[in-house]
Design a protein around this ligand. Structure first.
Ligand code: XBP
Ligand code: MG
Length: 252
């Protein structure tokens, strides 16, 4: 029976609902600034979320005829501008953490659990969210920030999770990951870690078959009880997720 030693956090959709009002808006600002007529509406962006990574997402939209072809250098430059717009949006403080995120992070930190981030997003975008939504002290409290192009294959490949535990010197068996999407879940599954999913509007219909726990959110004591969508450990009557629930999942 493994003890819980490490919690790895996905970022977009898990720490905060950054996609619709953050990343999507920033892409559109960069497109307009570059003189492109393409704008990704909310529904279109939902389709494009199947592709992880901003540069990869632009390339995918080009390949399916949504945008004019351009060399990779131009995609990278467009994406760099998008990242700046995203940083500015996040700096406005308009995107809060999801319910229960700060509470569970603090509980786990105080309990001495190793904390890390495993995300597809660009390091500069992650840094902005930590600075403006979480607080600068979390730059030190996270023992690893695994992000973006640091691994060649993004989610759903398991590489970013494997990278994080290798850096931390912990095993997959003593690690639990928090995710929000099917691409994230597949990445965790193939890294052989336990996984809790907090769904959101973009991911509610995703396939999370095999995940340890699928819930509406982490929840808070003073909010309505969370909705438990799938649960392998008979935790169905939980009101909100605490560290003890993650430990119970670990013990199987
Ligand atoms: C979600 C993603 C990212 C962001 C945009 O990452 O798919 O591609 O939408 O990121 P995760 P960049 O859920 O793993 O945090 O534009 O910075 O690449
Ligand atoms: Mg995510």
């Amino acid at each position: 029976m493994a003890e819980l030693k490490c919690i790895l956090w996905d970022v977009d959709g898990t720490l905060a609902d950054t996609e619709r009002d953050g990343h999507r808006v920033a892409f559109n600002m960069a497109f307009e600034e570059a003189g492109l007529t393409r704008q990704w509406d909310v529904a279109t962006y939902g389709e494009l979320l199947e592709v992880t990574g901003g540069k990869e997402r632009i390339q995918f939209d080009i390949d399916r005829g949504g945008m004019p072809a351009m060399p990779f250098e131009e995609i990278a430059a467009l994406h760099a501008r998008k990242t700046i717009h995203y940083q500015n949006l996040i700096a406005e403080g308009l995107i809060p953490l999801r319910p229960g995120v700060r509470r569970l992070l603090e509980e786990a930190y105080l309990a001495g659990i190793t904390l890390g981030v495993s995300t597809t997003t660009t390091p500069a975008a992650l840094d902005a969210l930590i600075e403006h939504s979480l607080g600068k002290e979390w730059f030190d409290r996270f023992a690893v920030l695994a992000a973006g192009d640091i691994v060649p294959a993004k989610k759903p490949a398991p590489d970013i999770y494997n990278y994080a535990i290798e850096k931390l010197g912990v095993s997959a068996a003593e690690t639990i990951a928090l995710e929000d999407s099917s691409n994230g879940w597949r990445s965790v599954r193939d890294a052989n870690m336990k996984c809790v999913i907090t769904i959101n509007d973009y991911t509610a219909a995703h396939d999370f078959s095999g995940a340890d726990l699928v819930v509406s959110e982490l929840g808070e004591a003073d909010r309505d009880a969370i909705n438990v969508i799938a649960d392998r450990y008979d935790l169905s009557d939980i009101h909100h997720i605490e560290l003890q629930h993650l430990q119970a999942i670990m013990h199987g």
